[in-house]
Design a protein around this ligand. Structure first.
Ligand code: KE4
Length: 430
């Protein structure tokens, strides 16, 4: 039996000075019916809460910790950078090294601008697209989440879906009037829209593998069609690879599917756990960004010495042979284990995985291909599963509409232990 005395006390205190006691809504665990734990530290695939409880971690900070916690090369790189200072607001060579690494790994990127978060990357990317095309409208897909910039809070996924907030107060309708959201995986909806509005559309932004309504893989050919139709109408295609970047492989989803966007947004893994976002693309587009061009974007801590050190160390490790094959093997072991348990216990659930990210949708028997279907999942069951797994020492995403991530630090034994916990957790729900 676990105790959460300190976590409970910390949460009570936190709510007195931080809205909801958290600095990002989904951490509050509201949708899964329990209060959050407060983490003290992490090591490898494990995290430890304030009361000393140990968990195998599949949230991995929502994706960044693809090498697990306290990877020696990342820690060492940050420690070394720390000796030289924390921020200058003056160019440093390591920013160029990280930029060059991103250019080398991501097929469609010739130039890249570093920022501090995924939200900054996506909001800058749509400003750039509007500046480059002279058009106003942006197209997104229901259930995709691109961060919390005003333009994106329309039928968004992640915390917006988790908390069931239709959009968000404070976002003027004039802003969202320029954002069109249509169903994912629906070629007819795309064709229909482009027929009517193509000339006013600056960009289509998409998570090439949505992971913010749970993991919903693109239908065969959907991304290719999106690429062809946008190119046909001189509309920029933006891949939001904040999650899939360096997660699905060195070149992310665009390499995995062989589809080349005009602009790519990155985050999470490229900071190795420290705050880094980035957006990049062809030089002719990126050279529109100040001070080279007229589209303004800036940031005090962009390219921060510690964050770029952590990011560069992470990408260097990920560039080594065998890394993604090993991630694939362990993630497959987890997917097969979960499917096996659900069928043994006769539980309605669908496991959807690409690479080392996956979601178990409860109450589903057919593949989940879009947001409406995802929203029909049994979130009550997910919450009960989450609570049982916490008691059994396994930390998964506190939301049905997120992904579980496997890191290089997870071992086959960790996965095995997780599967026996999942069996116990689900058996209790029968
Ligand atoms: P950040 O601003 O949170 O760094 O990134 C925004 C973002 C952009 N694009 C995609 C595809 C994303 O998934 C995100 C952020 N992801 C969520 C979880 N899926 C962050 C977790 C949270 O909000 O606390």
């Amino acid at each position: 039996m676990k105790f959460y005395t300190l976590s409970e006390h910390y949460f009570e205190e936190a709510r007195k000075s931080i809205p909801g006691g958290v600095n990002s809504p989904v951490r509050a665990c509201k949708s899964v019916g329990r209060n959050p734990i407060f983490v003290e530290r992490g090591m490898g695939a494990y995290i430890y809460d304030a009361d000393g409880n140990e968990y195998i971690d599949y949230v991995c900070s929502w994706g960044p910790m693809v090498l697990g916690h306290c990877h020696p090369e990342v820690q060492g790189a940050v420690a070394e950078a720390l000796d030289g200072g924390t921020s200058f607001g003056i160019p440093t060579w390591r920013e160029v090294e990280l930029a060059e690494k991103i250019v080398a790994m991501v097929p469609s990127i010739e130039k890249v601008r570093l920022v501090n978060s995924g939200t900054e990357a996506t909001m800058s990317a749509i400003r750039l697209a509007r500046g480059f095309t002279g058009r106003k409208k942006i197209v997104k897909f229901d259930g995709c989440y691109h961060g919390h910039a005003d333009s994106f809070l329309v039928k968004a996924g992640s915390g917006v879906a988790t908390l069931g907030i239709p959009g968000s107060p404070g976002v003027p309708e004039e802003i969202v009037a320029n954002t069109i959201s249509i169903p994912f995986n629906d070629p007819d909806a795309v064709k229909e829209l482009l027929k009517k509005e193509a000339r006013d559309i600056a960009a289509v932004i998409v998570e090439p593998v949505p992971a913010n309504m749970g993991v919903v893989p693109p239908r065969e050919g959907f991304l290719e069609e999106l690429r062809n139709w946008t190119r046909e109408h001189d509309i920029l295609l933006i891949f939001d690879e904040v999650i899939t970047g360096f997660r699905l492989g060195p070149g992310g989803a665009q390499e995995y599917f062989g589809v080349s966007p005009d602009i790519t947004c990155l985050g999470k893994i490229i900071g190795g756990g420290l705050p880094v976002g980035a957006y990049g693309g062809r030089a002719e587009i990126m050279d529109q960004i100040a001070p080279e061009g007229p589209v303004y974007q800036a940031g005090t801590l962009s390219g921060n010495p510690l964050a770029t050190a952590a990011g560069l160390a992470t990408l260097n490790v990920l560039s080594r042979p065998g890394i993604y094959e090993s991630l694939e093997e362990k993630a497959l072991q987890m997917e097969e284990g979960l499917c096996d348990i659900a069928s043994k216990l006769g539980i309605k659930a669908v496991v959807q995985r690409i690479g080392s990210m996956m979601t178990t949708f409860f109450g589903q028997q057919e593949p989940v291909t879009n947001f409406d279907q995802a929203m029909a999942s049994d979130t009550e069951m997910y919450g009960a599963f989450f609570r049982n797994m916490v008691e059994l020492g396994i930390w998964i995403a506190p939301s049905q509409f997120e992904a579980a991530f496997v890191s290089t630090a997870h071992t086959p034994d960790d996965i095995e232990e997780t599967m026996s916990a999942a069996y116990t957790a689900l058996e209790k729900l029968k």
